[in-house]
Design a protein around this ligand. Sequence first.
Ligand SMILES: [Zn+2]
Ligand SMILES: [Zn+2]
Length: 216
Amino acid sequence: MHEHNHDQKHHHPAPLIVTFDDCIRFHGHSCPGLASGYRAAVAAMEALGVTRPEDEDLVAICETDACGVDAIQVIAGTTAGKGNLIVHDYGKHAFTFYNRKDEKAVRITFNRGEDESTNEMNTIRPKVFSGTATKEEEARFHELMHKATVRILHAPAEKIMKIEEICMDAPKKARIFKSVTCEECGESVADSKTRVVGGKCLCIPCAEGTHPAKRK
Ligand SMILES: [Zn+2]
Ligand SMILES: [Zn+2]
């Protein structure tokens, strides 16, 4: 059996090598959006001189809620559960990374990178997603997607993205709250997230009438 080294002083864990393959495993498929998130995370960490953090020093602010966010979580370690991932659904391929250690931040945006294949992709995409594409169109769509993904993964950074140092205030830290019991559903809820309705202390879904109903 492997013996663990509990001597903290001399414990140097090997640097975590996280790859694009890990992003694909997490996300479920390979796509241009995932590749953009991957390039953004790698470029930002390089620009800020940070490695994938175990804690919450690095914060990612994503201006899209699409595929790229998954690569950001895997590569930069800025995850929904740790509270150092902020997602704004602005529909923009823009990613900001903030380092709490030195208060430095970079914002990364992508050039649209249009070429001949963009029009073709835009024509086939609605057919593929509505299930009306022919076998040939579907194969062509996947070929174009794959080409776009490879291009984003391997293009020189300056060709596909803009990396700018920016000034920003530190994002708010996740705070720890005590739990209380919702007087409607009886479920435990953080006291900071309760609402008082008709003198009762309720969780947000109960207050808004959107609590999932049990199947009858
Ligand atoms: Zn995707
Ligand atoms: Zn409730």
